[in-house]
Design a protein around this ligand. Structure first.
Ligand code: G6P
Length: 579
């Protein structure tokens, strides 16, 4: 949540900072700001989106600077609350991602000592504390300040008259890019892709002192070495490439990202860990949580293993008895609730596995082992290719536990995904775009697929949508069915087919229009519903993928019809690093 970026070197910092912030906008985009150090400390802040020519408009000078794009937590999205936040004399500027939990107490104490606060943010206390501890050495002042802070932070600090950035991290991500007599700092890899492939992931508790020619990293007051790693993403992957939206591009990248994730396979140690598990608990949030539910539905009838899928946000406070393997699933690898759940599993001495898309992310450093998805950078806030790549990773686990029974199915599944990409779902999208409410229903694994379809619909089109187990609709939601309430039903061959058809007839009897996703050639279904979307008649694992992709397209085209801000839906952020 929130993105921070820093540059120090020989180039003009401002364009680099704004370009970096635009790459980070998916982390939060209600306001933004930049501070540079040239002959003076200059600060520029605004609400709304960063425009193409923001660097020219801002007209800041200096080759050292920091920037921030905000997802408001403490204080509304206003210019005053935008970062950088400064001290009383506006000599010190701070950008911060995270939450300072004891900021109220610190603020009260600082005000008693005469500090004047301008914003409602928790971050401002950091600037005033640094001011208070400054005795000629910015690094020492930041170190002294950190001792007072409770909560999570990745911060970058600059000060007038100093060609220097001090960076610190605790429970919020921060990565440094290493250039030629220049350094970059950012919340994640995206802003670095344009400039360098050499990166250093800071650890929790690290403080970095950065000048154009020197980088010193300290931990517990001792100088430490952190390895330089090479980024495995390309800058082209982070561009829109002719598509109207990142989400559309990412939907279309799914055959490749699914295939690459399958092709990468599972290493031997991780295989052993999976095979040894008598019980599997999965923890995740949002879309990732839906993939864990799908996994549970798919694996339990196939393999003799009991599986629990838990929401990260609940897990920390209502921890179930823990035995066996714990798998944390997270696209970003930075979701606070998922990481907290994973840490609890470690505290219970459970073996832990992270499934994530981001090499070097926090989750990879907490878990015993990592299974890396190969989706490439995902920029649209709505998860699409990371969802199917997670399913690729999880389906490989199923395949492993089933002695390779689905080798063939999985190695060809990307072709079926490709087949549905060009489906014309505009009739269904028109129905949805006219509705205020919609239901998505399915049974078995298609129940969480429906939940994901509904989530996609509400997050990008703002049409209120709920995913339901089809049999549950009559226990309450039927009261909401009207001719203006479309119901999207997934009804594919299998043991629940006939009961799903009955459910659809019940829904139709309440006059709600039905959009059905069924298999090609299913005339019975096509005749009873208002819009029929046929998918290829394939293996169950593949149907889970193809129906999901159809639902992504439905949400996308509905949002297009409603002219929504598809890649940056209101109030959301892609990476949620607060509880
Ligand atoms: C946010 C994003 C969702 C995502 C969820 C979990 O809410 O908007 O798309 O599913 O976080 O993120 P993770 O990175 O842990 O998968």
């Amino acid at each position: 949540m929130c993105g921070i970026v820093g540059y120090i070197g020989r180039r003009d910092a401002t364009p680099i900072l704004f370009k970096g912030l635009r790459r980070l906008e998916y982390r939060g985009y209600d306001s933004f700001g930049v501070a540079t150090v040239g002959s003076a400390l200059e600060v520029y802040k605004k609400t709304g989106r960063i425009s193409d020519n923001e660097a020219e408009v801002a007209c800041l000078r200096g080759s050292t600077g920091i920037g921030h794009t905000r997802w408001a937590s403490y204080g509304e999205p206003t210019v005053i609350n935008a970062h950088p936040q400064t001290d009383c004399d506006e000599r010190i500027a701070v950008v911060h991602n995270g939450v300072i939990e004891n900021y109220n107490e610190l603020k009260r104490q600082l005000q008693e000592r005469g500090h004047i606060f301008r914003s409602e943010t928790d971050t401002e206390v950091i600037a005033h504390l640094i001011e208070e501890h400054y005795e000629g050495d910015l690094l020492a002042a930041v170190n002294a300040t950190l001792a007072y802070l409770q909560g999570s932070y990745a911060i970058l600090v600059v000060m007038e008259d100093a060609q220097r950035i001090v960076a610190a991290r605790n429970a919020s991500p921060l990565v440094l890019g290493v250039g030629d007599s220049e350094f970059f700092a950012a919340s994640d890899l995206m802003p670095l892709l344009d400039y360098t492939e050499r990166v250093i992931y800071l650890e929790d508790g690290d403080v970095a002192d950065i000048t154009p020619n020197r980088l010193d990293i300290y931990h517990d007051g001792q100088r430490v070495e952190r390895p330089i790693e090479l980024i495995n993403w390309r800058v082209e992957d982070a561009r829109k490439g002719g598509f109207a939206h990142y989400m559309q591009k990412e939907i279309f990248e799914q055959p490749q990202s699914f295939y690459e994730t399958i092709r990468a396979g599972i290493d031997e140690h991780t295989r052993r860990m999976i095979m040894d598990a008598n019980e599997i608990t999965l923890v995740a949030c949002g879309t990732s949580y839906h993939t864990t539910l799908i996994f549970k539905y798919l694996i339990e009838p196939l393999c003799n293993v009991s599986v629990r899928a838990e929401m990260g946000s609940e897990f920390k406070y209502f921890t179930p008895p823990l035995n066996g393997l714990v798998i944390a699933v997270s696209q970003s690898g930075e979701t606070t609730d998922t990481i907290a759940a994973l840490s609890m599993a470690k505290a219970h001495n459970c073996p832990t596995l992270a499934i994530t898309n981001v090499q070097g992310s926090t989750i990879t450093r907490v878990a015993d082992r990592t299974l890396l998805m190969r989706a490439g950078p995902e920029i649209g806030v709505a998860a699409t290719k990371s969802y199917t790549a997670q399913l690729a990773a999880l389906m490989q686990i199923i395949n492993l536990r089933c002695d390779g029974a689905f080798d063939d199915v999985l190695s060809h599944a990307h072709l079926a995904i490709g087949d549905v990409l060009l489906y014309d779902v505009r009739d269904a999208a028109t129905l949805c775009s006219k509705a205020n409410h919609a239901f998505f229903v399915g049974r078995g694994p298609f129940y969480p697929v429906s939940m994901e379809g509904a989530l996609k619909m509400k997050e990008i089109s703002y049409v209120h949508a709920e995913g339901y187990a089809a049999g549950e609709l009559k226990h309450g939601p039927f009261a909401l069915l009207t001719p203006e309430t479309p119901v999207v039903a997934i009804c594919t061959p299998g043991p629940t087919y006939s009961v799903m058809v009955s459910n659809i007839k019940e829904i139709k009897a309440r006059k709600a229009p039905v959009i059905a996703i069924g298999v090609d050639g299913d005339k019975e279904l096509a005749e009873i519903v208002d819009v029929f979307i046929p998918i290829p008649n394939t293996h169950l694992l593949v149907q889970v993928l193809t129906t999901s992709v159809v639902l992504q397209l439905l949400a996308y085209h509905t949002a297009c019809a409603l002219q929504r801000d598809i890649d940056r839906p209101r109030n959301l952020a892609k990476s949620v690093t607060v509880e």
